[in-house]
Design a protein around this ligand. Structure first.
Ligand code: AMP
Length: 212
């Protein structure tokens, strides 16, 4: 039973690595960003509540996030472990998980410098249907503009515009980065460089941490 968190700035590769590692370990990857985007598309109450925050690159209120995460983790497929991708993002969210009795085996912080992030995000594309992430140069789809996984259309996220990315980076440093010391104090933090090698090399570095 492996419970993991993938931490890191927007565009660090959390979603890409979570999808790969989730397959390798046979545990689901739980992405609040994907869940919120699906809710926005479906026009649910959560979606309506979240949309303006997301478009502006701001964090969605903690109570909304804590609610959807608990609901998701109660599903049977999470019983044998899970990877949290993009959550927790605030100390309040980390506290809520801890109060719910969830102890993490590893918190992997993917370390990527701010300058690299802004550049990376301009090439990022996501599937409009299943949310799978691609990059025009680093992780291109087999057919341009088409998702390898489901055949959906690849689009650029509205919140991946350069100025919104800069704001999301500020939010990361202010609200999310303090989680590194929170989990370091609990002895579960591992830093993994996220911009040194290929996607496969980063996966290998993560697996080394998990198998150690
Ligand atoms: P992501 O796909 O993880 O980059 O998330 C996209 C957007 O969804 C973020 O910029 C936030 O507006 C919102 N979001 C996703 N996860 C969280 C979270 N754990 N806490 C607050 N807002 C979140």
């Amino acid at each position: 039973m492996m419970k993991l968190i993938f931490l890191g700035p927007p565009g660090a590769g959390k979603g890409t690595q979570a999808a790969i590692v989730s397959k390798k370990l046979g545990i689901p990857s739980v992405s609040t960003g994907d869940m919120l985007r699906a809710a926005v598309k479906e026009g649910t109450k959560v979606g309506l509540e979240a949309k303006s925050f997301m478009d502006a690159g701001k964090l969605v209120p903690d109570e909304v996030i804590i609610g959807i995460v608990h609901e998701r983790l109660d599903k049977p497929d999470c019983a044998k472990g899970f990877i949290l991708d993009g959550v927790p993002r605030t100390l309040a969210q980390a506290d809520a998980l801890e109060k719910a009795g969830i102890a993490f085996d590893h918190v992997i912080s993917l370390e990527v410098h701010d300058e690299a992030i802004v550049e990376r995000m301009s090439g990022r594309r996501v599937c409009n249907k299943c949310g799978a992430p691609f990059h025009v140069a680093n992780n291109p789809p087999k057919v341009e503009g088409v998702c390898d996984a489901c055949g959906g259309e690849l689009i650029q996220r509205v919140d991946d515009k350069a100025e919104t990315v800069r704001h999301r980076l500020e939010v990361y440093h202010q609200e999310t980065e303090p989680l590194k010391s929170f989990y370091q104090e609990r002895g579960v933090l591992d830093l993994v460089p996220g911009d040194l090698g290929t996607i496969e090399e980063t996966t290998a570095a993560i697996m080394k941490v998990l198998e150690a």
